[in-house]
Design a protein around this ligand. Structure first.
Ligand code: G
Ligand code: G
Ligand code: MN
Ligand code: NA
Length: 253
C-alpha cells in the first residue's frame, strides 16, 4: 500500500523515465523498445518487474500507462523532426488492465493526435494472457488502431497459452521470441527447436519475428541463420536513457 501511494506521488513528481533499447534488422538500428524505469527517492532505482504487477492490481497502471504512452508519443514526434531518428519505430509495453479498459483505443488515438506522433511508428507490445481475455473486444480494438497505422507485437511469445487458432485471427505484425528461449539456444536443443519453430511459424503467418535477450554474437548468428528478422539485447545495448540511446543511433548511422 505504501508503494501504491509512492507510485502516485512519483508520477506527479516526475520520478518515472523511459529507457530505450535498440532493435536491429540487417545491421541497422530500425527501432527501439521503451522500458519504464522508476527512480524512487528512498529506494533508488526500482525495476518495473517489482511495481507493474502491483500497479495492475491497484489500477495505478491506468495513469502510469497513459504517462508511458504519452511520453513515448512525444518522443516519436521529436524524432520525426530529425533525419537521423525519423525512421525509428518505438515499441511500448501495454498491460492487460490498461488494454482492456473501455477507452483504450480512443485514448491512444487521442494521444497520437495530441502529440503529433506518426501512428505507423508506434508498436504496441501485447502479451498472450492479455489477448486471450475477451478476444472479440481485443480484435476490435486492434483493428481500430491498426486502421490508423499502429503496429502490434506479441511479447514473450512461447511462454503463454495462445492457441494457433487465435494467432491466426489476431491482426498482429510481429512475434517476439522470449529471451528464455534465446538464452540457451546454442546449448539446449529444445530451446533451439522452439526458436526455429517460432521463426517458421511467424514467416508462414506473414509476421515479422524479433528475438529478445540476445547477449552473444553466436546467438545472433544462429538466429540470423534461421531467418529471424530482427533482434534486441545486451549484445548491442541495455535499455538506455534517451540521450545515450540517441548517441548510440548517431554512432551507427
Ligand atoms: O526492462 P525490464 O527488464 O526491467 O522490464 C521488466 C518487465 O516490465 C518486462 O516484463 C517489461 O515488459 C515490463 N515493462 C517495462 N516497461 C513497461 C511499461 O512501460 N509498461 C508495462 N505495462 N510493462 C513494462
Ligand atoms: O517482458 P519484456 O520482454 O517486455 O521485458 C524485456 C526485459 O528484458 C526488460 O527487463 C529488459 O531490460 C530485459 N532485457 C533486454 N535485453 C536483455 C538481454 O540481452 N539479456 C537479459 N537478461 N535481459 C534483457
Ligand atoms: Mn516487451
Ligand atoms: Na518480452
Amino acid at each position: 500500500a505504501a508503494l501504491e501511494l509512492d507510485m502516485r506521488i512519483g508520477l506527479e513528481q516526475g520520478q518515472f523515465e523511459l529507457f530505450y533499447q535498440p532493435q536491429v534488422d540487417r545491421g541497422r538500428i530500425v527501432g527501439c523498445e521503451a522500458l519504464l524505469r522508476w527512480h524512487h527517492p528512498q529506494d533508488g532505482f526500482i525495476s518495473p518487474a517489482a511495481f507493474i504487477p502491483l500497479a495492475e492490481e491497484t489500477g495505478q497502471i491506468l495513469p502510469l500507462g497513459d504517462w508511458v504512452l504519452r511520453t513515448a508519443c512525444e518522443q516519436l514526434a521529436r524524432w520525426a523532426q530529425d533525419p537521423v531518428f525519423a525512421h525509428l519505430s518505438l515499441a511500448v509495453n501495454v498491460s492487460p488492465h490498461q488494454f482492456h479498459q473501455p477507452g483504450f483505443a480512443d485514448q491512444t488515438l487521442a494521444t497520437l493526435a495530441g502529440t503529433g506522433a506518426d501512428a505507423s511508428r508506434l508498436e504496441l507490445e501485447l502479451t498472450e494472457g492479455l489477448l486471450l481475455r475477451d478476444i472479440e473486444d481485443t480484435i476490435r480494438k486492434m483493428m481500430l488502431l491498426k486502421g490508423h497505422g499502429v503496429g502490434f507485437s506479441l511479447d514473450d511469445f512461447g511462454t503463454g497459452y495462445s492457441s494457433l487458432a487465435y494467432l491466426k485471427r489476431l491482426p498482429l505484425d510481429q512475434l517476439k521470441i522470449d529471451q528464455s528461449f534465446v538464452r540457451d539456444v546454442l546449448t539446449d536443443p529444445n530451446d533451439a527447436a522452439i526458436a526455429r519453430t517460432i521463426v517458421a511459424l511467424g514467416i508462414s503467418l506473414g509476421l515479422r519475428v524479433i528475438a529478445e535477450g540476445v547477449e552473444t554474437e553466436a546467438q545472433r548468428a544462429f538466429l540470423e541463420r534461421h531467418h529471424c528478422h530482427a533482434w534486441q539485447g545486451y549484445l548491442l545495448s541495455r535499455p538506455l536513457p534517451v540521450a545515450e540511446f540517441e548517441a548510440l543511433v548517431r554512432g551507427w548511422a
